[in-house]
Design a protein around this ligand. Sequence first.
Ligand code: ZN
Length: 78
Amino acid sequence: MRVQAVRMTPEVQQRLLKSRIEAQTLTERDILCPVCGYRIQRVYSDATGHLSVKCQKCKSINILNLAYFRRIRGKVSR
Ligand SMILES: [Zn+2]
């Protein structure tokens, strides 16, 4: 019997792999807390819609429309 640290179905693994490959062609951008400027989340350039985020630093919870909070990074840091 094989011991797996993380239980993932092959289907989920496949989706994760596909997502990672697709993301290589996209630009990353940081979503910053509108209150304190702390980095809350990192999304990719094709991300749209609304995001409910909680800041780890100032604990404020905000709903962000990604269209209004665009902060494109010049480079992809990886
Ligand atoms: Zn904050």
